[in-house]
Design a protein around this ligand. Structure first.
Ligand code: ADP
Length: 481
């Protein structure tokens, strides 16, 4: 099926309580390849009733799962990790088919995604409590760290594997059971991961994956009192709605939301490194990541040289079906995404921006990698998240202006800057109101570091030593003699 070496990884049923299931009414949702428009297959269009059963299955599985030794949970996570790597070729192909990113990038995502399982397998063994010096004679003051309970994981389409393992790895390591809802555009990767988890030997009900319309499933996951934790990655608007819905049962929430990442090139930067960093930061996944550079900013003295070198590199990018060799940019995820990018570019050009390269549709869901010069901060291409392969380049005069422009947004996820001066590196890194800062680095994501945003970019951190915290509660025990 679809050129997979292991066709059994192509699952068209959801996974609930250790059983592969259709929707109660047999309804399905079609999933299309964004490169060709071809329907790849259908997944169950489940609703509230099926989701409630998945939550019940996760609740039933929780006592035994939390009761395992940390080393036993770790062993299962590591087996899942090993199976992911053993099937990396098929998993990468599934990502490219349903999401569009080039095969090499999809392969990179699988390695990155598996890395979270390996990382959290180790973190499972390091969930320490404390013994606090007591203020009373004859009493001990202790803290325990315990799993929150059933965790609902709602993941986006831009990283169909990594956003799931980054959440599930942490949750399972902590001793939580999970109900995952993958994005409707990219459910097949998540279902393949569930098949590998089953093969790894996770007990029934520990990992559940439901597919279907977001509103119905989201309503159940946010309203069901059996769910104790919601971890969401997606747009800020949807995150706010989900958080409000969680208030009814006061669920613990983690939110990884939108960004408006500045990418600042100071006049003392290594320009070649800055161009390479900008290419990786802006154009990977066709600009469809929440940490992609959204606005590039170059200081007066290097502005023209930076724009020219960036445009030269961008003009050489090969766009096409991600399955073809040599392609570095695939299609955008939907026709609406292409229309949005087109509108943003038109808006900028109408307001005086200059198209240096690209600036047009290439047919289907493909859009040419684009560089815009003479951009002003008020243009929508700078003030809003574009989520496409467009690099608007602003001009700034000095460090203070760069910091002011960079921070003038409600978002605060990732920021990048290129500078050689060591004092400037410290000053600017400290001044940027962002959860993550790349200094002379355009891509910073790794399972060993905390990923997350400030302001309206989110709550909480994923990955790193911090990542498991999101799935733990602290219990205080006062032990009197
Ligand atoms: P995008 O616009 O990039 O698709 P969204 O934030 O709308 O971003 O979607 C991200 C994820 O959230 C997807 O899995 C989507 O299905 C899910 N989602 C969207 N709306 C809701 C909702 N009301 N309840 C639950 N999940 C939702």
């Amino acid at each position: 099926m679809h050129g997979l070496q292991h066709p059994e990884l192509f699952r068209t049923q959801a996974y609930v309580g250790g059983v592969w299931l259709d929707a109660d009414d047999g309804a399905g949702l079609a999933v299309a390849d964004p490169a060709t428009g071809t329907v790849l297959g259908r997944v169950p269009a489940m609703g509230r009733a099926e989701t409630a059963r998945a939550v019940a299955a996760a609740e039933a599985a929780w006592p035994a799962w939390r009761g395992l030794l940390a080393s036993e949970r770790a062993a299962l996570l590591r087996r899942w990790h090993d199976l992911m790597l053993a099937h990396a070729g098929d998993l990468a192909r599934l990502i490219t088919l349903e999401q569009g990113k080039p095969l090499a990038e999809a392969h990179g995502e699988i390695v990155y995604a598996a890395g979270f399982l390996d990382w959290f397998a180790d973190e499972a063994k390091r969930v320490y409590g404390r013994v606090v010096p007591s203020p009373w004679p004859g009493r001990r003051v202790l803290t325990l760290r315990q799993p929150i309970g059933v965790a609902a994981l709602i993941t986006p389409w831009n990283f169909p594997a990594a956003m799931l393992t980054r959440k599930a790895g942490a949750a399972l390591a902590a001793g939580c059971t999970v109900v995952a809802k993958p994005a409707s555009k990219t459910p097949f990767t998540a279902l393949a991961l569930a098949a590998l988890a089953e093969q790894a030997g996770f007990p029934a009900g520990v990992i559940n994956v439901v597919t279907g319309p977001a509103e119905a499933i989201g309503a159940e996951l946010t309203g069901n009192p059996g769910v104790r934790k919601l971890s969401f990655t997606g747009s800020t608007a949807t995150g706010k709605r989900l958080m409000a819905a969680c208030a009814g049962t006061l669920k613990n929430v983690s939110m990884e939301l939108g960004g408006n990442a500045p990418f600042i090139v100071f006049d003392d930067a290594d320009l070649d490194a800055a161009v390479a960093g900008a290419l990786a930061s802006k154009y990977r996944n066709a600009g469809q990541t929440c940490v992609c550079a959204n606005r590039l900013m170059a200081q007066d003295a290097v502005y023209d040289a930076f724009v020219a070198r960036l445009a030269e590199a961008v003009s050489a990018m090969k766009v096409g079906n991600g399955l073809e060799a040599g392609v570095v940019q695939g299609p955008l995820v939907s026709a609406e995404a292409v229309a949005k990018v087109e509108a943003r570019v038109a808006d900028a050009v109408a307001a005086g921006a200059r198209v240096v390269c690209g600036g047009r549709r290439l047919g289907g869901q493909f859009y040419a990698p684009t560089v815009l010069a003479d951009v002003e901060p008020g243009m929508r291409v700078c003030s809003e998240e574009t989520f496409g392969p467009v690099a608007p380049v602003l001009r700034f005069a000095d460090e203070a202006e760069a910091i002011r422009l960079a921070n003038a947004t409600e978002y605060g996820l990732a920021a990048y800057f290129y500078a050689r001066d060591a004092a400037r590196q410290w000053r600017v890194a400290e001044a940027l109101e962002y959860g993550m800062v790349g200094v002379n680095a355009g891509v910073v994501s790794t399972e060993v570091a905390p990923f997350g945003g400030v302001k309206e970019s989110g709550l909480g951190r994923e990955g790193g030593a911090e990542g498991i915290e999101a799935y733990l509660e602290t219990k205080y025990v006062c032990l009197a003699e």
